[in-house]
Design a protein around this ligand. Structure first.
Ligand code: S3P
Length: 432
């Protein structure tokens, strides 16, 4: 067996992160731009599409469904096929590592009168799909699975609208049902149990679809033409967060992150850091394609611990492993509960976070639905794992920057799922 790759991380010059940066395009918006663009009538142009492997998987799946799309002069061009324009794929659709692609695509494919198979890597094969199978079947599709897990065989056709309240606050589940609702007869209503990210709703509105959003009640009303978009994807807030946290934690940091998506359903981590005592300013705020964006200015701050509410958990779900890292450097206790969803992400992110931070010397307690961190702790370099999870790799790299001595991160290449140039950017900011 080949030895696993590793990366040594050590802030050898003991310097802060300084300068200006942009982060890659938003992954959630990119998936949706490609998918909805392919359902539109006409040509969608996308600037700053997310560069990682997850979005690449969406591109190859859409190609397999007969959608012409590709890069042209710094833009990504999607030739929309209308709501019923996909052709039956020849083989299995490979969603790679992407839960978002799987769940959104299943919703779209549920409206097609053919059988399609969606499969993915080992991590994706372990993630729960019952949460979309149940509503899509209630709408009239048939979906065979391996006990609620991939591979999925989607046998779609004529759907009818439903009114559905998902058990979990999940943008992937909500979007899957709404996308199926675009091709269904009558109204489809999703009653959200919590405020999950709303990129699908905003994009549908920007494409001229008569979607109705009334607090937690979202209604689509069947087939209606989607106008193509000229989409400018903002920087991914979730990618920016690693550098926001690093700048808060490492002495002497002063960082400006340009043109980041600031959709409120995503920026929970900013609110959390600000209430822990961070100093993060927003400038150049504006809205494009129905999505807010702006620049963030961050400098080193002294943090204190915090207890999260349920809504705060949903709005910062992807950043909770990173919050644990910040909490190790905050005075007092940080408590996260009600975050059991972390156990069914790309890896069990509660277990992975606890294991890595303990290895580095943090005082962190595992809970069934979260964790408790007692700060502050002096971290020291150690051997840690990415657990084949991009967000665990990047959060742990931030912890390594504040640790004394060298940290060896095993399988760092998993950052390529969402942020292929993560380590180069980190090194540049430390060198500035
Ligand atoms: C995403 C939704 C979130 C998030 C994921 C991306 C999306 O998952 O964790 O990284 O683009 O819809 P859930 O909707 O399952 O919470």
């Amino acid at each position: 067996m080949r030895a696993k790759s590793t990366k040594a991380i050590y802030n050898s010059r003991g310097k802060g992160l300084t300068g200006e940066l942009t982060v890659p395009g938003d992954k959630s918006i990119s998936h949706r731009g490609l998918l909805l663009g392919s359902l539109a009538e006409g040509r969608t142009k996308i600037e700053n599409l997310a560069p990682g492997e997850d979005v690449r998987s969406t591109v190859t799946c859409l190609q397999a469904l007969g959608v012409p799309l590709g890069e042209r002069e710094n833009q990504f061009v999607v030739e929309g096929q209308g709501l019923k324009g996909f052709s039956e794929p020849e083989g299995s659709l490979d969603a790679g590592n992407s839960g978002t692609l799987t769940r959104l695509m299943a919703g779209v494919l549920a409206t097609y009168p053919f059988i399609s198979e969606i499969d993915g890597d080992d991590s994706l094969r372990s993630r729960p799909m019952e949460r979309i199978i149940e509503p899509l079947e209630a709408m009239g599709a048939r979906i065979d699975s391996r006990e609620g897990r991939l591979p999925l065989l989607v046998n779609g056709g004529d759907l009818k609208g439903i009114k559905y309240r998902p058990e979990v606050a999940s943008a992937q589940v909500k979007s899957s049902i709404l996308l199926a609702g675009l091709g269904a007869l009558g109204e489809t209503v999703v009653l959200e149990p919590g405020p999950s990210r709303d990129h699908t709703e905003r994009m549908l509105k920007a494409m001229g679809y008569p979607i109705q959003v009334d607090k937690n009640r979202i209604t689509v009303s069947g087939p209606h033409k989607l106008d193509p978009l000229e989409l400018e994807v903002p920087g991914d807030f979730s990618s920016a967060c690693y550098f926001i946290a690093a700048a808060c934690l490492v002495d002497g940091s002063e960082l400006t992150i340009k043109d980041v998506g600031l959709n409120e359903t995503r920026t929970g981590f900013l609110e959390l850091l600000n209430s822990m005592g961070a100093s993060i300013q927003t400038t150049n705020y504006e809205e494009r394609n129905g999505e807010p964006r702006g620049d963030l200015v961050v400098s080193q701050s002294n943090l204190t611990g915090i207890s999260l509410t349920e809504d705060q958990v949903v709005k910062s779900i992807d950043e909770l492993p990173l919050l644990a890292v910040a909490a190790t450097q905050a005075e007092g206790v940080t408590e996260v509960r009600g975050a059991e969803e972390l156990r069914v992400k790309e890896t069990d992110r509660i277990k992975a976070t606890v294991s890595n931070l303990r290895n580095l010397g943090a005082d962190i307690e595992e809970l069934p639905d979260g964790f408790i961190v007692r700060g502050r702790s002096k971290l020291s370099g150690s051997r840690v794992e990415s657990f084949k999870d991009h967000r665990i790799a990047m959060s742990t790299a931030v912890a390594a920057l504040v640790a004394e001595g060298e940290t060896e991160l095993v399988e760092p290449e998993w950052v390529e799922i969402s942020y292929p140039s993560f380590f180069e950017t980190m090194e540049e900011l430390l060198d500035d």
